[in-house]
Design a protein around this ligand. Structure first.
Ligand code: AHR
Length: 530
């Protein structure tokens, strides 16, 4: 397709123009409902003061905040990972079950906090049921192993008549929890992980834990830990060795990624969403090479079970750890700006465009900690800027993702990815100003668009082929002249989607003007033929 630019008669700067072709037949794959997941860790105020705050004026008798639940329902996560994260690698699940008064208070060495254990597995499952969310549980493969993991599966999923299942029943949960999705540890390659392991050590342990867990309940699905980041020195080799050990035992491999703007280079920050595409494609390549060595047609699914933007509360240790072993300290309370929401939207598009292999993903996290939802203990709850692209994905992203052909000018950027205190430069020589995903369902088609041009709008012509007559039902955009603008307690709606004006339907499809530095969503619904 030729590139076209609009030149004003007086010769003023040309407007950027993009041509997009979306054909109903070019399918990537259907989005799995588990693509729209999130994460609740025992970390900071995620649980205590977040989803759970007995005594709060909106709390139900069990202590679950209903104002938070209402926002979560609006956000729309489908599956939630628990209880960590780094926390799980030192966690004894037995501490969090049984009479609350008898539960021990422990030092949490992951976040240098005190853990009262008043919220544990059963409370989490009850909360999931209330919220209509599937639970995803992680087992501790840092300080513990196959036996403790197997017993937790027995406690949760075995009906009755054994020590662990009867223990659950004696705690008041007669029916099994039927948890299907289990993570075999967390970030076991990371030096900061309690009980970090080499790839061979972890691969062996994951294999043995998986065997035991599946013997207890043959219906479970198991996810091995992949690399905690694409910039880890061992990335690729780690996945290769781990899967060489446990390929036959697991269905999933995890990957984690957090984008940053430490450099204060907004163009590079928005470009960095493309590294999520690269990361996903590289993990697929390694997983499929393990399959190829075995002449196996089995395809390991990807679980991007931690993804988000994270930098302001990442590097200074004081933003991650408070002295004195506090309970639920206000750590990792990242305040998200307009530009963070744009980078986040780019990640949403990357996820959607790999829906054939990324079958599960968890926004890390859900409330207060790196979160789309913030609360004040004893006070209100509100939406952060990143709430919106995620809510758009859960609302409009169900269906079949189509491979859109996007022609747009590109720019080059150097993104800096942190590895400990060191910045690792990542060259991105051809970043399309327009990043786009298209999702088709029985009712119509939805376009998700990120305009990464900070200076000007993009005039987009989208040709829509094979859909029949369509009508624009929703056209929304998130943008603000101030890319540092935030939502906060007293201005909770400073950043929120507004109507996207100037959407024109024409013979080929659609003509749209995407504002500079914007996230936009257009929903087209099918009209009856004839
Ligand atoms: O989400 C915060 C932390 O980031 C998680 O505990 C850990 O798995 C990752 O490093």
């Amino acid at each position: 397709m030729p590139r076209r630019f609009i030149v004003w008669p007086d010769g003023r700067a040309a407007m950027r123009h993009s041509e997009v072709l979306i054909d109903r037949a070019f399918e990537i794959g259907a989005t799995d409902p588990r693509l729209f997941g999130a994460f609740v860790e025992h970390l900071g105020r995620s649980v205590y003061g977040g989803i759970y705050e007995p005594g709060h004026k909106t709390a139900d008798p069990a202590g679950y905040r209903q104002d938070v639940l209402a926002l979560i329902r609006e956000l729309g996560p489908t599956i939630v990972r628990y209880p960590g994260g780094n926390f799980v690698s030192g966690y004894n699940w037995e501490d969090g079950v049984g009479p609350v008064a008898q539960r021990p208070r422990r030092l949490d060495l992951a976040w240098m906090s005190a853990e009262p254990n008043s919220f544990g597995t059963n409370e989490f499952i009850d909360w999931c049921r209330l919220a209509g969310i599937e639970p995803m549980l992680a087992v501790n493969l840092g300080t513990r192993g196959a036996e403790a993991a197997g017993r937790l599966v027995e406690y949760c999923n075995h009906p009755a008549g054994t020590a662990m299942s009867d223990l659950r029943r004696s705690h008041g949960w007669e029916q099994p929890h039927a948890v299907k999705f289990w993570c075999l540890g967390n970030e076991m390659d990371a030096p900061w992980q309690i009980g970090a392991k080499t790839a061979d050590e972890y691969g062996r342990l994951a294999t043995e834990a998986a065997k035991v867990m599946r013997w207890v309940d043959p219906t479970v699905e198991l996810a091995a830990c992949g690399s905690c980041g694409r910039n880890m020195p061992n990335f690729g080799r780690w996945e290769d060795v781990v899967l060489e050990h446990c390929f036959d035992e697991v269905e999933w491999i995890s990957l984690h990624t957090y984008l940053n703007d430490y450099a204060g280079d907004t163009a590079a920050f928005l470009a960095s969403a493309d590294t999520v595409d690269h990361f996903i494609e590289e993990v697929i390549a390694v997983a499929d090479s393990v399959a190829a060595r075995r002449r196996s047609r089995k395809r390991i699914k990807l679980s991007l079970d931690e993804w988000n933007v994270w930098y302001r509360t990442r590097r200074p240790r004081a933003t991650r750890v408070k002295p004195g072993w506090p309970v639920a300290p206000d750590i990792l309370q990242e305040i998200y700006t307009m530009k963070d929401a744009l980078a986040f939207g780019g990640m949403v598009i990357a996820l959607l465009n790999h829906a054939d292999r990324v079958r599960a993903a968890c926004l890390a996290q859900l409330v207060n900690v790196l979160a789309p939802i913030m609360t004040e203990t004893g006070g209100p709850a509100w939406r952060q800027t990143i709430f919106w692209p995620f809510a758009h994905m859960t609302r409009f992203g169900r269906g079949t993702v189509l491979r859109a052909l996007v022609h747009c000018e590109t720019y080059s950027a150097v993104y800096h990815d942190p590895l400990g205190p060191v910045d690792v430069p990542v060259e991105l020589p051809a970043v399309s100003y327009l990043k786009l995903a298209a999702v088709h369902d029985d009712g119509g088609v939805t376009l998700f668009m990120l305009n990464r041009d900070l200076e000007g709008p993009i005039r987009m012509q989208a040709t829509l082929r094979g859909f029949g007559p369509l009508r624009v039902a929703d056209a929304l955009t998130l943008h603000d002249a101030d890319l540092e603008a935030i939502n906060h307690r007293d201005a909770p709606d400073r950043i929120r989607p507004v109507a996207l004006d100037g959407v024109e339907q024409n013979a080929d499809g659609l003509r749209v003007l995407l504002p500079p530095a914007s996230w936009s969503v257009i929903r087209l619904v099918a009209l009856p033929r004839g």
